[in-house]
Design a protein around this ligand. Structure first.
Ligand SMILES: *Cc1c(COP(=O)(O)O)cnc(C)c1O
Length: 392
């Protein structure tokens, strides 16, 4: 059944049953809750914040409304989401299939599990559907997908891969990392995936001032397993961070609309300068149609190649408005060199095997004036052209 209200309304409509009728949910900065009686203790709604906290509950109910899902859990980072998922669903010796150009941190965590718990981790080009249909077999316990990938902006056919995985093994858990698109631009659960997660450190909170992660599913059994690990390990989101995330979420749609508009304009500017731009908002993106069949917009992250590592580094060093920072999804624009930043934790020979362009620059646009962003980049490109030509 379609939700009663549209996404923009749901983002700001926070349901809160505070007994004092506070308009904004209170922060329950308490780790313990009193029992009515010794006998009634096990029946109380709250006893200890690791297991449950009223502010986190308001956030989780709010997330269920925004994600239009039955169960949502808030944890203390995007990586904690993947940690909880792997701990809950995969046993030693079981096979996990993931993409080749995964987020660097996800790659590191998968390999940690490979060494520590003997998981069998296999990386494939998830954009190659016929290959994916061959390699996902009844042995596959979990499939981890991202689309568009970060920072190569490759698009994965989420529905086709998910359908195949469920057909060959009904118990296979298909997991989707929806950091790039957010619930505003993509609904992976509707495409059939079992669990979707997002780093709320990025767009959902949107101001780079908390770390948080969100897990969403419609499957009760999966939700219970996830909660078991969250409670057992203490990865539930803290009350104050839950409160900040409730606040940040309210402006998600207006932030992302501006960020996306800025990104489209910047992509066109970079194309006009002759760079090879990777962005799903450009009609010549090789998977433009596939992207649009599963998403409602291109988002606000693009990457481009200059042909030379030194040239790329010089551009980045001479931007004033774009800050040289990892991560994305904040109101201010960022520029980075993935090779030396977000992907520095991956073995360079592995990146080379996967044809990762060394000179790739990733940009994430914020909400600034587009004229200033274009001028800033234009100036840095001019300086880089002068410096690099002088060296030749
Ligand atoms: C940032 C990011 C994560 C990890 O989130 P954290 O909140 O930093 O732990 C996972 N996947 C993708 C695609 C990301 O960009």
């Amino acid at each position: 059944m379609a939700p009663k209200y549209g996404i923009n309304t749901r983002l700001v409509k926070v349901v809160n049953d505070d007994h004092n009728k506070a308009s904004i949910p209170p922060i329950y900065q308490s780790t313990t809750f009193k029992a009515d009686s010794i006998d009634g203790f096990s029946n109380s709604k709250y006893d200890y914040t690791r297991s449950g906290n009223p502010t986190r509950t308001v956030l989780q109910k709010h997330l269920e409304s925004i994600f239009d899902c039955k169960f949502a859990w808030a944890v203390n980072s995007g990586m904690a989401c993947l940690d909880v998922i792997l701990s809950a669903h995969v046993k030693p010796g079981e096979e996990v299939i993931a993409g080749q150009d995964l987020y660097g941190g996800s790659d590191r965590l998968l390999h940690f599990f490979e060494k520590k718990s003997n998981l069998v981790i296999k990386h494939y080009d998830t954009t190659n559907l016929s290959l994916m249909k061959k390699v996902i077999t009844p042995k596959t316990k979990l499939v981890l997908l991202e689309s568009p990938t970060n920072p190569l902006i490759n698009v994965v056919d989420v529905r086709a891969i998910t359908d195949h995985a469920h057909k060959v093994n009904p118990d296979c858990v298909v997991v989707f990392d929806n950091n790039m698109m957010t619930p505003l631009l993509m609904s992976p659960l509707e495409l059939g995936v079992d669990i979707q997660y997002e780093s709320a450190t990025k767009y959902l909170n949107g101001h780079h001032d908390i770390m948080a992660g969100v897990l969403a599913t419609n499957n009760e059994e999966i939700a219970k397993k996830l909660f078991y690990v969250i409670n057992a390990t203490g990865s539930g989101l803290a009350p104050f961070d839950s409160w900040l995330l409730i606040r940040g979420l309210k402006t998600l749609s207006i932030r992302l609309e501006r960020e996306q508009e800025n990104c489209r304009k910047l992509a066109n500017y970079l194309v006009s300068k002759g760079f090879k731009v990777r962005y799903t908002g450009l009609k010549d993106h090789p998977q433009y149609d596939l992207h649009n069949s599963q998403c409602r917009g291109p988002g606000a992250v693009l990457s481009f190649e200059t042909g030379d590592l030194n040239f790329s580094s010089t551009i980045i060093e001479h931007c004033e408005i774009f800050s040289t920072t990892v991560s994305f999804g904040s109101v201010s624009s960022l520029i980075s060199l993935p090779l030396k930043m977000s992907h520095a934790s991956i073995d360079p020979s592995v990146l080379e095997d996967r044809n990762f362009p060394q000179d790739l620059i990733r940009i994430c646009t914020g909400i600034e004036d587009i004229e200033d962003l274009i001028n800033d980049l234009d100036n840095a490109i001019r300086i880089a052209t002068r410096k690099c030509n002088a060296k030749l």
